[in-house]
Ligand binder design. Structure first.
Ligand code: URP
Ligand code: ZN
Ligand code: ZN
Ligand code: ZN
Length: 520
């Protein structure tokens, strides 16, 4: 009963916080340059009760509104990070950034929504795991969040639970793993069944594309050769291992008649496979992450063990300086569509679980705080994309794909007031010493990037105010993602009709048939 009482207190507290916030949430943003994915224009914005009420010029504003002068700044939808793992139990430990520090850091960087992953244990009920993640997140999130669910084992009960999750729990994206053998990996026929079920539910299947059998064999070979350091992690899973799995997943999805979303695209060949499949008319989407766009795998060969281990994630960063630029080129041209981070952070003492054996280093890196700046620097400041494309790849397309557009991902009347006021000329230098994440390491350490959020508004609350961060734990809400996103499913049915299997009507064969000897 004590626990129930505490939960009740937390709920009352968050309800009070929410109502106080909404009373204070009359905000007038004037003189800004608004950027959506399809157009940009000069206009003012009026916000009330967490929602954008007016967009235009010469607005009539009620009294008591806080005015923000955004002259010379861009006013954009807050970022949506499609891929995070806050406080994820993984490889014997738990990711150090939880739903509080993780979403606080997200907001500090201009991201106002994250989509995290429920990861059930093998044999565990998906619904139970979902409730566990909701419990962890609801109490702690400073911004709105959604959830994907990982399918880590397969059975008719799993298929049934997916149906309930999609119909009643706001889940419409499911991730399968082709790696992490004996832990989360599914075999091809199971993946096919899962993709079929996704199609049935009009949900979006996602894939971690790496050949888990090869990784298992090659990591044992490297350990036997005495290669136990983080460089072994990179070498046991070369680009071909990602490329092969990516191609296989696309083939399986195409045969199942489902769309496919490839998470954390880390290599040129995998990205090229996705681009090629799209040109062939397959319904495939690719998600590079802040890490793969902003840094590379040369760090695995650093003499400092902690530095090298700090960069360990799966699939690995590639030891090739041209990979980040290539991924950005494809992202700019819509060969790849959305960006996440795979934020899954571990301190030095956690990474040290693998100090004598790279296969035991917890996989994961930071990114949730720095994604927007990294993409601005490498994408917009470099001249590869315009601000509209920046909005497309940082929020709008994700909102369309996960079917929460234009509530999220757009500056428009009726949309949630999740807004970032962005100074594209200002710079900041990234460092673990100054970041808001809980983790003691930053893979972008020392990088100076253009693009700084001066104000961040989440659900109508100003949480970054002239560079000062003031967040509230538990203020964010769970955002259900409905099925049948038109961005994803718009042409699935018609495409299937066009590809119906053919049956030839013909007279039956009436000649002799050879006798088959009976089996003893
Ligand atoms: O290294 C990674 N990617 N850690 C998180 C788990 C996953 O595969 O997404
Ligand atoms: Zn993964
Ligand atoms: Zn170091
Ligand atoms: Zn991940």
């Amino acid at each position: 009963h004590y626990e129930v009482f505490i939960l009740w207190l937390l709920e009352v507290r968050s309800a009070v916080v929410k109502s106080v916030r909404s009373a204070q949430s009359r905000i007038f943003i004037k003189n800004g340059h608004i950027v959506n994915d399809d157009q940009s224009f000069h206009a003012d914005i009026y916000i009330e009760d967490g929602v954008i009420k007016q967009v235009g010029t010469n607005l009539v504003i009620p009294g008591g509104a806080r005015t923000i002068d955004a002259r010379g700044k861009l006013v954009m939808p807050g970022g949506i990070d499609t891929h995070t793992h806050m406080q994820m139990p993984f490889m014997g430990t738990v990711a150090i950034d939880d739903f509080y520090s993780g979403t606080k850091a997200a907001l500090a960087g201009g991201t106002t929504m994250i989509i995290d992953f429920v990861i059930p244990q093998r044999g565990e009920s998906l619904l139970d795991a979902y409730e566990k993640w909701r419990g962890w997140a609801d109490a702690k999130v400073c911004c709105d969040y959604g959830l994907h669910v990982a399918v880590t084992w397969w059975s008719p009960e799993v298929a049934k639970e997916m149906e309930i999750l999609s119909a009643e729990k706001g889940i419409n994206s499911y991730k399968v793993f082709m790696a992490y053998k004996d832990v989360m990996m599914l075999e091809d026929p199971e993946i096919y069944s899962c993709f079929k079920q996704c199609k049935e539910l009009k949900a979006l299947p996602m894939v971690h594309a790496e050949n888990g059998h090869l990784i298992d064999i090659k990591s044992k070979e490297l350990l036997a050769k005495g290669i136990t350091g983080p460089e072994g992690h990179a070498q046991c899973r070369p680009v071909e291992v990602e490329e092969e799995a990516c191609n296989r997943a696309i083939t399986i999805a195409d045969q199942a008649g489902s769309p496919l979303y490839v998470v954390h695209v880390m290599s040129k060949p995998a990205a090229n496979i996705i681009a090629k499949a799209r040109k062939e008319g397959k319904i495939v989407f690719g998600e590079p992450v802040a890490a793969s766009l902003g840094t590379d795998g040369s760090h695995h060969y650093n003499k400092c063990w902690r530095h090298a281990a700090g960069h360990v994630m799966g699939p690995p960063l590639r030891n090739d300086p041209s990979t980040p630029g290539h991924l950005m080129d494809l992202l700019a041209n819509n060969d790849l569509q959305v960006t996440g981070t795979d934020n899954c952070t571990f301190n030095a003492d956690q990474k040290a679980l693998g100090k004598d054996d790279f296969t035991k280093i917890p996989n994961g890196v930071n990114g949730v705080e720095d994604r927007m700046s990294i993409i601005w620097e490498k994408g917009v400041y470099s001249g590869k994309m315009d601000p509209c494309r920046f909005v497309a790849v940082t929020s709008a397309t994700a909102a369309k794909m996960f079917n929460i557009y234009p509530k999220k991902g757009r500056i428009a009347v009726g949309s949630d007031a999740d807004i970032v006021i962005w100074n594209g000329d200002e710079t900041r230098t990234i460092s673990a010493k100054t970041h808001h994440q809980a983790v003691d390491f930053n893979i972008f350490e020392g990088m100076t990037v253009h693009g700084v959020p001066e104000y961040v508004i989440t659900g109508g609350s100003i949480v970054m105010d002239e560079g000062q961060l003031k967040v509230t734990q538990g203020l964010g809400r769970f955002v259900p993602t409905p099925p049948n996103s038109q961005y994803v499913y718009g042409r699935i049915d018609t495409r299937e009709k066009a590809k119906e299997p053919v049956k030839v009507d013909r007279e039956g064969y009436s000649g002799p048939v050879v006798e088959v000897a009976a089996q003893e």
